[in-house]
Write a protein that binds this ligand. Structure first.
Ligand SMILES: OC[C@H]1O[C@](O)(CO)[C@@H](O)[C@@H]1O
Length: 516
């Protein structure tokens, strides 16, 4: 088995340190890249809706009222796109994904991560067909709901798959391949929109139809990849789990890691109701963090920019093409900065990236808000230099987000839950992301209309809150094997350790119960 690096990391579940031998094999990297195309589907969708909703042909067909308003000079730019139906087009996908993530947590547990990914691609493909052929609003929205099922299933299965496959030493990097593909998806979508906006009257159909490409890649690719050893062992296929572990680690010497996985799955098997178990005190730290990190990710205001960048730039007085082009630029910054995260997250750790980015995003949001407040009062356009300054600040904001809250919102929840609550706990992370993505998608244009430039100060205030959250409540998880998090992270943390005490009592009760 080919490998391109040799690594050992410490393992051992009760404080004793056992060495894991693990090569980083090409096979593991290939599986990770294929699985991460789930992120491409999600990202393409995020990027495509903003552009499509600013295309005249699309508006004329499905939202004629908005079309008329867009071209009336008297309407304030801030309110042109304020239409609940239009926002529902963007946000219905996320509503569906909230529900889907809970179903997906069950399929992940029962049928595995791989099958859940395949289901995701099938939902997505059917949704794409409906969207591309849409002749009326219901068809469009039903298509979006199916896409939402696809996204919910993929976002649940893919990051878990990546964290479980990864050798500890590069767990952060491999997991971030998911978010990297999200950003690539957004970027490709921005470029597609830039070209299709000139194809009248069917350019929007092409934009929506091309979403089928990543879904097809995920479907075909998932036939080639393996299930994770964790999931195999969890489903009583221990022998196969052992073989897969040997294959992905590139060595036969996997006994220590295998034993840890078997132990984790034995503990997990005693838990009959993972969702009920999540309510226990000792699971609270992971759950609170998984939810908050996703809520905060959305309250950075990222999707105000991702969904509505073209609309936002038009609000600032950019012409149609200039605003689509600016969205392409921010999309590129998003991809490149996520690569920074891939190479630095396992070196500098999670907290450093999150905190640095908070400073950067706070400055950018405040400056954007300041410029808009100062210049967009009387006229509907920014001067040239101010327009450039806004685009630069949007890039500063996006880059900070892209090497921190974007990827780590998925990474941290996927690496902190013990196996017995992992899929259930992770479903809360996914659904919180979807819920708050939905809220921002649904509310942003109305908020922009009401609060005008104040909306940027609103997001800036949240960034202050999330900085405090990281400083005081978020422990570092870099380089720690997932099944040792409880010992080495939660029980050591100044605040969260009080939640873990009960764990000991319960464990000993449980052990006595099994011994009796
Ligand atoms: O890259 C930006 C994108 O990343 C996400 O936060 C997902 O992690 C999306 O909500 C956002 O649109």
């Amino acid at each position: 088995m080919g490998g391109f690096a040799m690594s050992t990391s410490s393992g051992g579940r009760t404080g004793e340190h056992v060495e894991f031998e693990e090569k980083i094999t090409w096979y593991v990297v290939l599986c990770a890249i294929i699985a991460a195309t789930g992120g491409l589907m999600f990202g393409y969708d995020i990027g495509i809706s903003g552009g499509v909703t600013s295309m005249d042909d699309f508006l004329r067909k499905f939202f004629p009222g908005v079309y008329v308003r867009k071209h009336e000079a008297k309407e304030s730019n801030y309110c042109k796109y304020n239409n609940q139906g239009l926002q529902l087009f963007t946000s219905s996908l996320y509503l569906a994904a909230i529900v889907a993530s809970f179903f997906a947590s069950k399929t992940c547990l029962k049928y595995g991560r791989k099958l859940t990914m395949q289901a995701a691609s099938v939902f997505f493909l059917v949704g794409v067909v409906l969207n591309t052929a849409a002749v009326n609003l219901p068809m469009l929205i039903i298509g979006r709901i199916l896409l939402g099922f696809g996204v919910g299933f993929a976002n649940q299965a893919v990051p878990l798959f990546l964290s479980e496959m990864a050798p500890v030493r590069i767990r952060g990097a491999l997991n971030i391949l998911f978010q990297l593909q999200v950003t690539i998806g957004i970027f490709i979508a921005n470029i597609v929109n830039y070209f299709t906006s000139d194809l009248h009257p069917w350019g929007w159909r092409l934009s929506l139809g091309l979403a089928g490409v990543p879904a097809l890649i995920l479907f075909l690719g998932s036939l080639l990849i393996t299930e994770t050893p964790t999931s195999l062992i969890e489903r009583n296929e221990e022998e196969q789990g052992l073989q897969v572990l040997k294959k992905i680690r590139g060595t036969d010497n996997v006994t220590a890691e295998f034993q840890e996985l078997v132990h984790a799955s034995e503990v997990a098997r005693q838990v009959k109701h993972p969702f009920r178990n999540l309510k226990k005190r000792n699971n609270r730290p992971q759950l609170i963090i998984a939810i908050l990190i996703q809520v905060f990710q959305q309250f950075t205001g990222i999707n105000a920019i991702m969904f509505y960048a073209p609309v936002l730039f038009q609000t600032m007085g950019f012409k149609n093409n200039a605003s689509l082009l600016s969205a392409v630029i921010t999309g590129l910054v998003n991809v490149c900065s996520t690569i920074v995260s891939v190479v630095s997250v396992d070196k500098f750790g999670r907290r450093v990236l999150l905190l640095e980015a908070c400073g950067q995003m706070l400055i950018a949001q405040t400056i954007i808000g300041g410029i808009l407040a100062a210049t967009l009062h009387d006229s509907n356009t920014l001067g040239k230099s101010m327009a450039v300054a806004v685009v630069v600040m949007v890039c500063v904001f996006v880059s900070g987000f892209a090497w921190s809250w974007g990827p780590l919102g998925w990474l941290i929840p996927s690496e902190t839950f013990p196996l017995e609550t992992r899929t259930a706990g992770y479903a809360f992370a996914v659904s919180s992301n979807m819920l708050f993505t939905f809220l921002i998608a649904q509310a942003f244009l109305s908020m922009l209309c009401q609060m005008k430039s104040g909306i940027f100060f609103f997001f800036a205030a949240w960034i202050v809150v999330m900085t405090l959250f990281v400083v005081f409540l978020l422990p570092e998880t870099k380089g720690i094997p997932i099944d040792e998090m409880s010992e080495r992270v939660w029980k050591q943390h100044w605040f969260w350790k009080r939640f873990m005490v009960e764990d000991e009592c319960e464990l000993s009760k449980m052990e006595k119960g099994t011994a009796a």
